[in-house]
Write a protein that binds this ligand. Structure first.
Ligand code: ADP
Ligand code: MG
Length: 317
């Protein structure tokens, strides 16, 4: 599928026809199946879709954790698809995962966890400014600064993850991801494991940090309501493919694809997956669930621009 884009140098990162397939019980699982997404510098791009649609696989492929079967990933114009330059990726992209407790080593104090990250790529402008390698004895100040950035008190650094709440541990993970001032941060459902009040505080924190530090976010969520608050541009994913994308206001206020409409309606309810539904070899992956399906839906997906900058892959348009 070919997505109309601005000049590629306007994007910090873009993917082209990206495919990551797994095999399970002798069947192919096309977790990411020909995805083109693009992330504008200094903006929040959200990737929304129900559980199992391939969001984490796409994020991990961008970070070089999965080897794509086909297609490309470009960071500031450089091809990073086959993960040839790990240090370039680590310097430029950090990730915050859904479960903060499994992201930190339980045997390490918060100080040690942050120190491990800090010593890898000390960045100019980061809490350990200067861009030079930093000694353990020197970095206390930088770690206090990093904790303050996520509204945590200095004494948190002497604690272990199990001594903190889920919200506090997620704040530590956010602080760690920002230590070396990566221009791009991937947030993979950063609030899904938290209660509503804590989640809303974390969203406010992320929003503030993104603006203050002029970061680019890829914000992943299964909940449209949550991603609506933070994003500028939104991609809707279903079964490894992009169903619709456009500026936030257009996608949320005028959803075009039947799946986007369903996701919007159900943003507070859990969508049920149909049992026994197999991946289709071609055509719209949403067709088996769609009340508007027609014959054309079994053909290869084609993207149309229904209104300026608002794209949908659906034969209704
Ligand atoms: N390492 C893996 N091996 C095999 N299948 C996988 C693997 N990781 C993910 N999958 C499958 O790929 C699909 C997409 O998974 P995932 O990217 O985790 O979805 P999401 O993050 O949207 O919930 C699912 O069907 C999942 O079971
Ligand atoms: Mg996931």
């Amino acid at each position: 599928m070919c997505i109309k884009m601005k000049k590629t140098n306007e994007y910090i990162l873009y993917t082209k026809n990206l495919k990551v397939h797994f095999s399970r019980k002798r069947k192919v699982v096309p977790a990411v199946d020909g995805v083109d997404i693009f992330l504008e510098k200094g903006k929040v791009t959200s990737l929304a879709g129900e559980s199992g649609c391939g969001k984490t696989t796409l994020a991990k492929a961008i970070l070089g954790f999965h080897r794509p079967k086909e297609g490309g990933i470009y960071l500031n114009g450089s091809d990073i698809t086959l993960n040839k330059n790990q240090s370039l990726i680590r310097k430029n992209i950090q990730i915050v995962f859904q479960n903060p407790f499994s992201s930190l080593d339980p045997r390490y104090s918060i100080f040690s966890s942050l120190y491990e990250a800090l010593k890898v790529f000390p960045a100019k402008g980061g809490p350990a400014s200067g861009g030079k390698k930093i000694k353990k004895s020197e970095c206390k100040e930088a770690i206090i600064k990093a904790l303050a950035e996520v509204e945590l008190k200095p004494d948190v650094m002497d604690r272990y993850p199990h001594q903190l709440s889920g919200g506090q541990v997620q704040r530590v993970c956010i602080a760690r991801s920002l230590l070396n001032r990566p221009p791009l941060v991937v947030l993979d459902e950063p609030t899904s494991s938290l209660d509503i009040t804590t989640a809303s505080k974390i969203m406010k924190l992320l929003s503030r940090l993104q603006k203050e530090l002029n970061l680019t976010f890829l914000f992943i969520s299964h909940n449209l309501k949550i991603s609506k608050k933070i994003s500028d541009h939104c991609f809707i994913m279903y079964r490894g493919q992009i169903m619709e994308h456009g500026p936030k206001e257009l996608v949320y206020n005028n959803p075009l694809h039947p799946y986007t409409k369903l996701l919007k309606e159900a943003s507070e309810l859990k969508l049920k997956r149909l049992k026994g539904e197999d991946f289709l070899s071609q055509g719209c992956p949403f067709a088996p669930r769609c009340s508007f399906k027609r014959q054309e839906c079994s053909q290869k997906l084609k993207q149309v621009e229904v209104e300026k900058d608002h794209f949908v892959s659906c034969y209704l348009y």
